[in-house]
Design a protein around this ligand. Structure first.
Ligand SMILES: [Zn+2]
Length: 294
């Protein structure tokens, strides 16, 4: 099995660090990039301002870090759209998406809605798959996308574009976190978004994917299958520790990414163990850090 090719390689996407701070993606949506770039957040977190022009209202999706400069940038977009914030939606509980949810919700006097009560807060709304939000002159359909985290949601817009949070990133691939994440759920969630036939993917980090969103989702599925293949091939040469597997499989990626890679690796091993193809194998069961083929 060869490594799958990323279809975005031939697209003209802005390079890392060159994403415009504010961009109108379609009449319904303006993206505001938060000033929190890092190895894990890429260019920074994307906050989306969603609402029908002329409705006088807007919904924020993933407010991001509680940063005064970011809030000022979001308020400038709201002013330009002549809209007030009527709801704050959050894709998942990670701080780079959710930190500002409660403070900004109270700042705007707007309720918070998310997949977990922890993020929605007291007085907030916990969303479920299939919920349809009618706000700001438009509708947003809630799509459960567990995998990266257990509470992860995506939001499908009337235009057919899907706000995908960290389910799909504008560059590279996402992480299935461990122990919270779940590879089987993640693969199902990728297929679920693929089956929506999205016109665009608006990602939690990195550029929006408009050229062929289905091809990116297909690549993500192939990428996870390839990682699984690499793990089984490595274990075919003998038992190994998780750190050794990461060092071998992720030899080509910067070491700064290895801790995240180790999480995806452990999550993938959990799937293979559940399928009976691999077993944890250590001197001490509690220190289950070595694996071998079943
Ligand atoms: Zn994130």
């Amino acid at each position: 099995m060869d490594a799958p090719a990323d279809p975005r390689a031939s697209w003209s996407l802005p390079a890392l660090g060159e994403l415009p701070r504010t961009a109108e993606l379609e009449p319904l949506v303006t993206r505001v990039l938060a000033p929190n770039p890092s190895g894990m957040t890429l260019d920074g977190t994307n906050t989306y301002v969603v609402g029908a022009p002329g409705s006088g209202q807007a919904v924020l999706v993933d407010p991001g870090p509680d940063d005064p400069a970011h809030l000022a940038a979001v308020e400038a977009v709201l002013a330009a759209r002549d809209a007030r914030c009527v709801a704050v939606l959050v894709t998942h509980h990670h701080g780079d998406h959710a930190e500002a949810a409660l403070p900004w919700g109270s700042h705007f006097g707007a309720p918070v809605a998310a997949g977990s009560a922890q993020v929605a807060g007291p007085g907030g709304r916990v969303l479920d798959h299939g919920d349809r939000l009618r706000q700001a002159g438009t509708t947003l359909d809630v799509v459960a996308t567990p995998g990266h985290t257990s509470d992860h949601l995506a939001f499908r817009l009337e235009s057919g574009a899907v706000l995908v949070g960290d389910h799909v990133l504008g560059r590279g691939t996402s992480v299935v976190t461990h122990p919270e994440g779940d590879v089987v759920a993640y693969l199902e969630s990728l297929r679920r978004v693929h089956d929506l036939g999205p016109s665009a993917l608006y990602c939690g980090h990195g550029p929006e994917l408009t050229e062929d969103p289905g091809a990116v989702l297909g690549y993500y599925l192939a990428h996870r299958a390839y990682r699984e293949h690499q793990l089984l091939a490595a274990l075919g040469r003998g038992p190994a520790g998780v750190d050794d597997l990461v060092a071998e499989i992720y030899a080509q990626v910067p070491r700064a990414v290895w801790p995240a890679a180790a999480q995806s690796t452990r999550a993938t091993l959990d799937k293979l163990v559940a399928e009976g193809r691999v077993v944890w194998w250590g001197a001490d069961e509690s220190d289950a850090d070595r694996v071998r083929l079943a």
